[in-house]
Structures are given as structure tokens and as C-alpha cells.
Ligand binder design. Structure first.
Ligand SMILES: CC(C)[C@H](C(=O)O)[C@@H](O)C(=O)O
Ligand code: SF4
Length: 475
């Protein structure tokens, strides 16, 4: 019987397996950021322990960092956490991409682009969106702070063997439909706990045709479907992306690894614990109306009514979420005014996301009354975008062009959506208070965020007067 990639990676990393206990897995790459690591390092110090393999750790500053006026960090907790990360990395010998580093960026953007994430690796980070790295065919998942301490000390982790859910996506994506819409559609159709207890492997020709950056968007949000991790079997697209990256294997070494990585893909006759099939042709540009990523509909849709016939949500859930969002059940989404647009986050702030949004923005202006931010996912994305002149397109349109960080994805830094105001956001979570107390978030793709910025309201990117060939190059 064939094996899934998850089984193969699991077996390659098994340190100990005992009946009735979780397995002990070896960890290849440990990413760290300032929010979830301070207590872990304190724990090591208290117990007089060292970091077992500091060269397998890589730390970045991302959540708390300001994206403008970087030298002043006003918030005390933020200042302390950033200072602690710096001290801890120095004391324990861990490489850090700090505020002034060329490699600074959101951990899930900067890690892959540096070539730290390889097929077949076990990757952990004290951060739920570690699933992003699964795009490379790595088994990558978020861990809690006590587990961060464990991995620092032992380079291994106790884990229960997960089940594997195959999400098979086939068919051609219609015009205007992006990787973000694929994953939002999956969550909307199957719920925020569709993946509970599973690792999701995305398969099918639609997935195979995605670029690495698009694959990262899909895997990034696997966690929002409740999954432990999301991954995609590695192929030529993966290898092409990795080649010549800073920390990827070099030359003949790379060829050797490539052989090995090719063997990791799930076997033709692999048996999954469950399979869900999706047809890409049925997907439309999506927008969330509520307070979890599953509360999403096509932009032509509306907030569900409370009769319960057009939604899997109960009347009470619809009423509650709609009320937080300042919407009414049954209300049409297209045309709802937004005061903020955020193009950023580890879901959608890579170079191709910025290019896509810029193609929509080009020659247009941000609508009056809208504050629009572009926050590149990393300094390297920022530099590459500037080299292409994307920053000028955004600045000329009236966008703010910022330094990299988590920014408006969550309210842990100065980029906040004020109470009661509405934001079209390319991030991954629309929970109550996520972008600030009382803030209202609508999750969308970069092209849909760009459309909202120029129209001043939630808008259907397919209806904008954009040169067809420009948009087709993008979508
Ligand atoms: C702060 C961190 C622990 C958190 C996470 O785990 O995902 C954050 O990155 C998020 O996106 O909510
Ligand atoms: S960008 Fe958002 S989702 Fe990603 S790590 Fe930062 S806070 Fe978490």
C-alpha cells in the first residue's frame, strides 16, 4: 500500500515510539519570533539548560514591530519582547533577523524566501501559521510556548500521529479567482473545523499549477480550517523556487537532495483517511461577512438571512456576527463602504501579491475616505517591489508604503483599525477585535483589496475597468 507524504516524513523523523504514548519526532527547523519565545528562554535559564542545536533555529522580529518610524517602539510590552528576543538570541547563539536586518520580515515570508524551508523537513514555530511552510512539502506546524522550550532544549517534540485529509482541487480557476479564494471557498464550504485532527494535503491539477507563492497562501490558511498543518507534495515548481536560495543546498548537493525530495511526494496509491473534492471552476472571488474565515461568500453574495436555509450557520450565530460587523442578515456585500484597506500579512504580502494588487491599482486613485496600506511581507519583498517600481504605483494611487512586519493583521503594533471601522484585508483572520478593538475585518484576496481601495467599498474586481490583458497576466 502506498504512503502519503505525511507518513513518509513522520517515519523519517521518528526518534521514539512507545505504545500508548505520543511519538517523539526530530525537528529540523525551529523558527522563533518575539511573542511566543521569551518564556521558553526563561524556562531554559531557570533549568540551567542550553539550546541543543542553535544552528537549526532562526529568529525574526515581526509581530510587534512598527512599520513606520522604526526607531521608536512606544508600547512597553512590545519593547520588552523585542529586547528579550535580542538578548536571548545573543545568549543562546541563535541567528536573528532583527529590526535593522536585510532579512527581517514576517517569519513565514522570510523563512521560505531565505531557503530555510525544504521539502521533507519538520518545521515548527510558536505560531499557528507555520502551516505556510507546508507549501514546500514540509511537515510544518505551530507549537505552544512550553513546546518551544522543549524543542530548544531537545530538538525534538512529542506528537500524536495525525490523520491525513486529502483536499483535491481540480479544474481551471475562473477569471479573478486567486489562491486566496480557493482556500476561503474551502473553509466556507466545509467549515472552520473541517481539518480538526488532520493534516491536510492539497492535491489535484489546480494545486499543481499554483506557483510557490500561491501554494503558501493556500497552506497558510489550512490552520483556519482547523487542521494541524497543510502541505503540498514537492515537484519541479518547488525545486525551481528553492534553487540558489541563501540557505538551500548548493550545486551537486542540491541535485542529491532533489532526488531525495522527489521521492517524498505521496504515492499514487496512497490511502487517505478522508478526501474532499473541489472544482475550481465553481469558485468566485470571495469575501468574508462575519467573524471567522468560514463566514465567507462570493462577492456577489450577501450576509446569510436568518431562516437558516442559505448558510450552515445558525440564526443566532449569523445575528451575532452580523451585529459585530455592523451588517444586517441578508445584506448585499458588494457596495459596503470600507474605511481601510490592508495589503499585507503572511497570507498575501509576497512579491506576486503586490504585483497583482498593483496591476489593479495602476493609473487609479484610492477612493477619498479610505486609508490604504501596503506592507510588504519582508524587507526582501520590499526591495524587489521597489526595483520593479511597484511602490510608485501604490504611492501615486494614494497608498502608504511601509516597512515589513505583521502590521494590521493583528493589533500587536501601532497599525490598528479604529473601533467600528471597516477594513478590506488580505490577512487570514477576521476574529472579533483582531485588527483592533471593535474593528471590522473583511478577508479578501490582494486584487479584491485593491478593488475595494479604488472603489471605496467592497467591490467585484471582475467589474473594474482594468485592461483585460493586464489582469489576465495576473490572474
Ligand atoms: C502571536 C501568535 C502566537 C499568533 C499565532 O499563533 O498565529 C499570531 O501570529 C496570529 O496570527 O494570531
Ligand atoms: S502576519 Fe498575521 S497571521 Fe502571519 S504571523 Fe503575523 S500576525 Fe500571524
Amino acid at each position: 500500500m502506498g504512503k502519503t507524504i505525511v507518513q513518509k516524513i513522520w517515519e523519517n523523523h521518528l526518534v521514539a515510539a512507545e505504545e500508548g504514548r505520543p511519538d517523539l519526532l526530530y525537528i529540523d527547523l525551529h523558527l522563533l519570533h518575539e511573542v511566543t519565545s521569551p518564556q521558553a528562554f526563561d524556562g531554559l535559564r531557570e533549568k540551567g539548560r542550553t539550546v541543543r542545536r542553535p544552528e537549526l533555529c532562526f529568529a525574526v522580529m515581526d509581530h510587534n514591530v512598527p512599520t513606520i518610524n522604526r526607531s521608536v517602539i512606544e508600547d512597553e510590552t512590545a519593547r520588552k519582547q523585542l529586547a528579550a528576543l535580542e538578548t536571548n538570541c545573543r545568549e543562546f547563539g541563535i541567528k536573528l533577523a532583527g529590526l535593522d536586518s536585510e532579512e527581517q520580515g514576517i517569519v513565514h515570508v522570510t523563512g521560505p524566501e531565505l531557503g530555510l524551508t525544504w521539502p521533507g523537513k519538520t518545521v515548527v514555530c510558536g505560531d499557528s501559521h507555520t502551516s505556510t511552510h507546508g507549501a514546500f512539502g514540509a511537515l510544518a506546524f505551530g507549537i505552544g510556548t512550553s513546546e518551544v522550550e522543549h524543542v530548544l532544549a531537545c530538538q525534538s517534540l512529542y506528537q500524536k500521529r495525525p490523520k491525513v485529509l486529502e483536499v483535491h482541487v481540480s479544474g481551471k480557476r475562473p477569471f479573478g479567482v486567486t489562491a486566496k479564494d480557493i482556500i476561503l471557498n474551502f473553509i466556507a464550504q466545509n467549515g472552520t473545523n473541517a481539518g480538526t485532527g488532520f493534516v491536510i494535503e492539497f492535491t489535484g491539477d489546480t494545486i499543481a499549477e499554483l506557483t510557490m507563492e500561491e501554494r503558501m497562501t493556500v497552506c497558510n490558511m489550512a490552520i483556519e480550517a482547523g487542521a494541524k498543518a497543510g502541505l503540498i507534495s514537492p515537484d519541479e515548481t518547488t525545486f525551481r523556487y528553492l534553487k540558489d536560495r541563501k540557505y538551500a543546498p548548493k550545486d551537486s548537493e542540491f541535485e542529491k537532495y532533489k532526488q531525495q525530495w522527489s521521492g517524498l511526494a505521496s504515492d499514487q496509491d496512497a490511502v487517505y483517511d478522508k478526501t474532499i473534492k473541489m472544482d475550481a471552476a465553481d469558485i468566485a472571488p470571495m469575501v468574508t461577512w462575519g467573524t471567522n474565515p468560514g463566514m465567507a461568500v462570493p462577492i456577489t453574495g450577501h450576509v446569510p438571512d436568518v431562516s437558516g436555509t442559505d448558510s450552515k450557520y445558525k440564526a443566532d450565530e449569523i445575528r451575532h456576527a452580523a451585529s459585530y460587523m455592523g451588517l444586517s442578515p441578508g445584506e448585499q456585500l458588494e457596495g459596503i463602504p470600507v474605511q481601510h484597506v490592508f495589503i499585507g500579512s503572511c497570507t498575501n504580502a509576497r512579491l506576486s501579491d503586490l504585483r497583482d494588487a498593483a496591476n489593479v491599482i495602476k493609473g487609479k486613485k484610492v477612493s477619498s475616505g479610505v486609508r490604504a496600506l501596503v506592507v510588504p511581507g519582508s524587507q526582501s519583498v520590499k526591495r524587489a517591489a521597489e526595483k520593479e517600481g511597484l511602490h510608485e504605483i501604490f504611492l501615486n494611487a494614494g497608498f502608504e508604503w511601509r516597512e515589513s512586519g505583521c502590521s494590521m493583521c493583528l493589533g500587536m503594533n501601532p497599525d490598528i483599525v479604529p473601533q467600528g471601522e471597516r477594513c478590506a484585508s488580505t490577512s487570514n483572520r477576521n476574529f472579533e477585535g483582531r485588527q483592533g478593538k471593535g474593528a471590522r475585518t473583511h478577508l479578501v484576496s490582494p486584487v479584491m483589496a485593491a478593488a475595494a481601495a479604488v472603489e471605496g467599498h467592497l467591490a467585484d474586481v471582475r467589474k473594474l475597468s482594468i485592461q483585460e490583458e493586464v489582469l489576465h497576466a495576473t490572474l
